[in-house]
Design a protein around this ligand. Sequence first.
Ligand code: PEP
Length: 253
Amino acid sequence: MRKQIAAANWKMNMTFQQGEKLLDDILGVDIHLKEHQQVIFAVPFPYLLMTRSEVEDEFNYEVAAQNCYHKKSGAYTGEVSADMLHSTGVNYCIVGHSERREYFAETNAMLADKVNLCLENFITPIFCCGEALSIREANTQNDFVAQQLKESLFHLSAKQIKGIIVAYEPIWAIGTGKTATTGQAQEMHAHLRSVLAGQYGADVANEIPILYGGSVKANNAKELFSCPDVDGGLVGGASLVATDFVEIIKALK
Ligand code: PEP
């Protein structure tokens, strides 16, 4: 079975102490993940080591950075490289979240560089794609997301792309409380998988986890995750509440 993943994206929320308590509350609940299930906490940079030590003894719990820089190293004050993340034991990194694309002008070409640097440093990119409301209203979302994959991922070999997690996050659903319907989510995830299959073949495409992100909550996770091509979620707001995130983990297939 494909990996099923509940990934928490804390964004720029929580003090260190609040983060520690949140992790303690979540990890204090006895959830036995199955072999194919995984939980990933994408936390702010200063909390990565603390989070790594919190999950160290937990089966299939992992830590992710929320971003890395698109250059190897050098005079880029305030930035963090994939190599630095690797050297602290971080194995996952969100790449191309829509907030970074929008507020930090990250382009598909820059994201291709970030993906390369992550892979060179043994970090699995959680590659985000997704359309704005105007694109959905014009019904051009399928071409739009296909182009995002093409420009940031399709230079990779089949072996490399199998090391990627894709997250489909319609911008109109992020932090808005407006969730894609299961029909919309399944349709887009099947489309993404067929775009991946067109480039790499069906066997490769079938191995790549595609997460849904956009107002996943405790009360809608099970329905969303039940879609055949939805392999879990990338969760913002609801990942900051222990009881809610625990329910989301329990909703994994
Ligand atoms: C996100 O930040 O990736 C996200 C999907 O946020 P939310 O769950 O709050 O919509």
